[in-house]
Design a protein. Structure first.
Ligand SMILES: [Fe+2]
Length: 297
């Protein structure tokens, strides 16, 4: 308790103000919105009562959130990044993911799904600029009982071999580099070419970077490719595949690694298969299936 205050009176007032704010929400027409705001109020007030911020600290917090908003642009989402580094994105993802098991596990959307992925034909190369280690990513989209899902749509995005997304380097990378919207074939199969992604640091030139420095945290994410897989009658899944053996698998800055999502990008020496994929032999090959849960009817 701070100096010069009557603890009992202060406690009584701080409790009363919480009740007053929660009561003020009674007229909220949407019951879920009322529930969310009432709970937010209680937790936020409890945090303030517990930590007793000074006015200067409170102003700094307001400045931090203001700068976070001001850092957002059409191609940068600092608030998503903040949610990611605080583990909130992973919590929300996990709470909303398939709890019965059997489907591909979900993970964070991340801040770089900022632009629509261009539709591409199966087998296309999403590494438009070249220069990275060529690889093939292939597999099937399946329902949980193993039935292939023809026409399933895969939205794919990844950083280039240097660890940057196209939107971070508009003067260096062509738009849509590392991105593709693919439609699975009649047997639910997908395949495309790309380069093996690299680990990368999340952007540290904004307020989230300040937070990481202030807390002595590393900004790195292990190498990964993002996917959103969707199919009629099924719950879409937002996920990554992580490159087995990548640095930072055990220290992801956004806490998004799940063991089931780590995949081998196997060294493959198979001239016939390389010809089929139109890629020089030998090549790296990641093969995995994406499994979706049927919607509850
Ligand atoms: Fe990413």
């Amino acid at each position: 308790m701070r100096d010069g205050k009557d603890p009992d009176m202060t406690t009584e007032f701080t409790t009363r103000i919480t009740d007053a704010v929660v009561d003020s929400l009674d007229g909220t027409a949407d019951p879920r919105l009322r529930e969310l705001l009432a709970s937010l109020t209680r937790h936020l007030h409890a945090f303030v009562r517990e930590t007793e911020p000074t006015m200067a600290e409170w102003e700094k917090a307001v400045d931090f959130l203001t700068t976070t908003g001001q850092t957002c642009t059409d191609t940068r989402q600092e608030f998503v990044l903040l949610s990611d580094v605080l583990g909130v994105s992973m919590l929300v993802e996990t709470i909303n993911s398939d709890r019965d098991g059997g489907a591909t596990e979900s993970t964070v959307l991340g801040p770089f799904h900022m632009t629509e992925s261009p539709a591409r034909v199966l087998g296309a190369d999403i590494d438009l600029a070249g220069g990275g280690e060529p690889c093939v990513v292939s597999g099937r989209v399946l329902s949980r009982d193993g039935t292939p899902l023809p026409g399933a749509v895969l939205d794919v995005w990844q950083a280039n071999a240097e660890g940057f997304y196209d939107v971070q380097q508009p003067d260096v990378q062509p738009p849509g580099n590392g991105r593709g919207l693919f439609t699975a074939d009649a047997e639910g199969r997908f395949w495309f070419r790309t380069c093996v992604p690299s680990p990368y640091p999340i952007p540290t030139d904004g307020p989230v970077g300040d937070l990481l420095r202030a807390t002595g945290r590393e900004p790195y994410r292990p190498a990964h490719i993002h996917f959103i897989a969707s199919a009629p009658g099924h719950v879409p899944v937002t996920t990554h595949i992580f490159v087995a053996g990548s640095d930072h698998l055990d220290s992801d800055a956004v806490f998004a690694v799940k063991e089931s999502l780590v995949q081998d990008f196997a060294d493959t020496d198979d001239p016939a298969l390389a010809r089929e994929f139109g890629i020089p032999n030998p090549f790296r090959h990641a093969r995995f299936d994406l499994v979706l849960t049927p919607e509850r009817t």
